[in-house]
Ligand binder design. Structure first.
Ligand code: MGD
Ligand code: MGD
Ligand code: SF4
Ligand code: MO
Length: 786
């Protein structure tokens, strides 16, 4: 039965009822009965949490009737602000039973990528994996096995990687989401991601700058905090080449040429330095501004004891920066022992002279007056916070500089360590007390350790690493490798691939052996996994029995380990694992036990203050100087000790490719999915039916393209075909299609074929490593033939 959108709305009171109504024509009908059946012995309520990497982790109240999941509702939280759910969560009632579920272990019988498999028994599958891994380990060494898992996987089989000595690639080695954070760590120090203030602190800000951050679609569980801040008077400014959902709800939208956020920041820094809009006392005390740069070597001047020197106004001499009672000069040039030096602030001001607001306006295509007004408001109207997205400005060849500059802006204006200030990524619960709790862990004997990755995950395609086999949980090959054709070629060259997933996602097609995992609602064990998010500890429980022949990741790891003879080192049950995580002296965990969690509907608040979490309030920074560093010698050889403007690697009019491929290709995150997860959720596909590549009317007209035409999007790396959507909310010169669509929804090809694999060599010096520049991509579009 096909239901029109109108019928869909008329025939139902709410999304769940509607969806269930539709399903009444489907085989599920016998388990969707009126709720009067409540109280029947066969019905029970189970609490759990939802794990996809949407930035959420909502707590769920699930109704199970006769062993089937029939209803999902938001659970109550101790902190009622957190009680949330979204359409994707509700849609799990259908997706859990999806025809795309992997039902049995599979053995590949066709070519890699072809998707031809034969069902085999668990014993055969596990034996095949264990034998192959043992063989390759013997032949090439354990490092030849690459081990990894998609984001959102609650039980990465990292222990088994360690027991084997395989190369373990964690999200820190993916080259995503940490690019600006790397830049931030260079200025502010530390290896701590997302070092900013909890979003609930925005109510204390006068200005919130959302830079390429579409939180109203990508951090749905934070939407209420956005509106609360706005109601309390924070001015919200959204900087985005697209009039996004978030831009539409902000107080001001500033459109810019994609990939030019650094130029905007440099223009702002120019204005702040030349107008002396910086916070003098803050800059003197907490930043490297008064330190001295040697004219000869460009190094920062230090004494023999490696102490940083400043010019003391009182004694008119160079003294260590932390000498009590001194008044460090912020600006000026001096000669010390025959060496000419100038303060970092003076050097920075001279450096920034080239980045005038007129220049910034030309590069970013933001009107000059807008840059001037924004800068004045940011510098003088604080507290203000810069909140970057992990999609927009983070996935470019030079995104580290973008994060560095944002952090320097906050440093100059005293917005780090100030209530209502901050810089970083608070959305997707990036900043909360949860991030600083020291959880316990399951420990293995010290002789077992996974090997560190030889390269960032996607660099393996160069063939220069020793990898011969790839074992992963999830959709890595499709999601985390740019230039999908090159990734496939590499995958085809490997001796062995095993994939563990609950759904038949694209990466599964490359596996030699496929192991069917449970969904997050299923387990062999009453207690599944535990997580620490949003200032709470959440527990995942068995809601229903494993469907088909699926097994939990825990069970798969255990049974594989048995065949490899190392299972004695693993926890016996997931409950042991959860208890190990709670076994920590951290006072925030006091009183939080599995028993208490179960009695508390699987969600307990950490023992943490009610105040929003705020990083750096003590103004102690984990840099070498313990200050915010405005000049980074580590980049002297790269000619960017002070950050410089660099055009994007590919997506710029100055690229030689631009003549052939004049459109910048954005792949934002969709509210309908978490990456590729929910691509196949049939309830959601009724609202978001197919990939529609977005194109501006100017570019569409120039190519004779009309709304809903089938188009081909292509570059030298690959192509895809799907329908287009002609839209007015996006600048000309770019096209956009949300990432994560499974290949089968395209008429031909896949968007991931087009994305840019080039990596900035500077990336090797970054605290979180090289960056995958997904957005730094040029394409052309034409009407598809046929
Ligand atoms: N619904 C949903 N939520 C998610 C996810 C999901 O897949 N679906 N994924 C989660 C994860 S892991 C991540 S990393 C985050 C990502 O979440 P976001 O950071 O919000 O990422 P995007 O939606 O990719 O991009 C945000 C905005 O950046 C704009 N943009 C593109 N290029 C530029 C640029 O050069 N400069 C600027 N200023 N803006 C630009 C885009 O138009 C877009 O509106 O979302 C998380 N939340
Ligand atoms: N072009 C482009 N590509 C991008 C991005 C972009 O902006 N543009 N964004 C990137 C970003 S920021 C991110 S974070 C990544 C996300 O990419 P991934 O980390 O791969 O996340 P998903 O696409 O959600 O895929 C999760 C897969 O794991 C499976 N899975 C989920 N839970 C479990 C579990 O518990 N056990 C097992 N065995 N399997 C499970 C799901 O069924 C699904 O197939 O995508 C990246 N790719
Ligand atoms: S998909 Fe994310 S936001 Fe939606 S219910 Fe699940 S955890 Fe919550
Ligand atoms: Mo991400």
């Amino acid at each position: 039965m096909k239901i029109s959108r109108r019928n869909f709305i008329i025939s139902s009171g709410g999304a769940v009822a509607a969806a269930l109504g539709i399903m009444s024509a489907a085989p599920f009908s016998n388990w969707v009965r009126p709720l009067t059946a409540e109280g029947e012995e066969s019905e029970k309520i189970v609490y759990t949490f939802h794990p996809p990497n949407c930035g959420g982790r909502c707590s769920f109240k699930c109704t199970v009737r006769k062993g089937k999941l029939v209803k999902i509702e938001p659970n109550e939280w101790p902190d009622s602000n957190q009680k949330k759910i979204c359409l994707r969560g509700l849609s799990e009632v259908e997706r859990v039973y999806s025809p795309d579920r992997l039902k049995t272990p599979l053995k590949r019988i066709g070519e890699r990528g072809e998707g031809k498999f034969a069902a085999i028994s668990w014993d055969e599958a596990l034996r095949a994996v264990a034998d192959k891994l043992t063989e390759l380990k013997g032949k090439y060494g354990a490092k030849s096995i690459l081990w990894s898992s998609s984001t959102g996987v609650q039980y990465p089989m990292n222990s088994l990687a360690a027991l084997l000595g395989a190369q373990l690639c964690t999200p820190y080695n993916f080259g995503i989401d940490m690019s600006q954070t790397s830049g931030q760590a260079i200025v502010a120090g530390g290896s701590f991601p997302c070092s900013t203030h909890e979003i609930t602190d925005w109510v204390n800000s006068n200005l919130v700058l959302l830079v390429g951050n579409n939180l109203l679609e990508t951090s749905l569980t934070d939407a209420a905090f956005f509106f609360e801040a706005k109601e309390k008077g924070a001015k919200i400014v959204c900087i985005d080449p697209v009039f996004s959902t978030t831009a539409a709800k902000s107080d001001q939208w500033i459109s810019l040429r994609p990939g030019t956020d650094s130029a905007l920041y440099l223009g702002m820094i120019n204005l702040i330095l030349t107008n002396k809009w910086y916070d003098q006392e803050y800059v003197r005390n907490y930043t490297s501004a008064p330190f001295l740069i040697r004219e000869d070597t460009k190094a920062v001047l230090r004494n023999d004891a490696r102490q940083y020197l400043v010019w003391d106004k009182n004694s008119k001499s160079a003294v260590p920066a932390d000498t009590p009672g001194i008044l460090p000069e912020l600006e000026g040039e001096f000669t010390i022992g025959g060496i000419k030096v100038k303060t970092i602030l003076t050097g920075f001001t001279e450096h920034a002279n080239q980045y005038t607001p007129v220049w910034a306006s030309e590069v970013t295509e933001i009107p000059e007056q807008v840059i001037r007004d924004l800068t004045r408001e940011y510098a003088l109207g604080g507290p203000a916070t810069i909140q970057w997205g992990l999609g927009g400005p983070d996935k470019w060849y030079h995104s580290d500089t973008t994060g560095r500059l944002a952090t320097m802006l906050a440093s100059l204006t005293g917005n780090i360590g100030r209530v209502g200030g901050g810089v970083g990524n608070a959305t997707e619960h990036g900043a909360s007390w949860s991030r600083v709790v020291k959880m316990g862990d399951w420990t293995l004997p010290p002789e077992f350790e996974a090997a560190p990755p030889e390269a960032p995950l996607s660099d393996n395609v160069t063939g220069k690493t020793s990898v011969k086999a790839f074992f992963f949980q999830g959709n890595l090959l499709h999601q985390l490798f740019p230039d999908y054709n090159a990734a496939q070629k590499w995958a085809n060259s490997l001796e062995f691939i095993a994939v563990v997933d609950s759904q038949h996602c694209d990466s599964v097609n490359f596996a030699d052996i496929v192991l069917p995992a449970c969904s997050s609602f299923e387990s062999e064990y009453e207690t599944a996994y535990l997580t620490n998010e949003r200032n709470h500890i959440l527990l995942q429980q068995k809601v229903i029995e494993p469907l088909f022949e699926s097994k939990s990741d825990f069970q798969i790891e255990k049974e594989l380990a048995q065949r490899l003879g190392v299972d004695q080192y693993l926890p016996k049950t997931p409950e042991d694992f959860a208890r190990a995580k709670l076994n920590s002296p951290d006072p925030s965990l006091k009183g939080i036990t599995l028993e208490n969690l179960k009695a508390s509907k699987c969600v307990m608040r950490l023992n943490v203050p009610n105040e929003p979490y705020r990083h750096y309030m003590n103004h102690k920074f984990a840099t070498e100087s313990t200050r915010l560093e405005l000049y980074n010698e580590v980049f002297l050889a790269d000619n960017c000790a002070f950050p410089v403007w660099e055009e994007p690697n590919e997506a710029t009019p100055v690229s030689p490719l631009y003549q052939k491929y004049p459109l910048m290709f954005g792949t934002p995150h969709a509210r309908f999915r978490a990456h590729s997860t929910f691509s196949n959720a049939r309830w959601i596909l009724q609202l978001n039916t197919e990939p529609l590549v977005r194109i501006n009317p100017v570019d569409a007209q120039a190519r004779g393209i009309q709304d809903k035409d089938f188009v081909e999007v292509f570059n030298d790396r690959g192509s895809f075909q799907c329908r287009c959507q002609v839209v007015n909310d996006m600048r000309p010169g770019m096209v956009q299609l949300s990432e994560g669509w499974w290949s089968r929804y395209f008429k031909k090809g896949d968007l991931q074929e087009l994305t840019n694999p080039n990596k900035n060599p500077r990336g090797k010096k970054l605290p979180f490593g090289p960056i995958v520049a997904f957005l730094d991509t040029l394409v052309e579009v034409k009407k598809a033939e046929g």
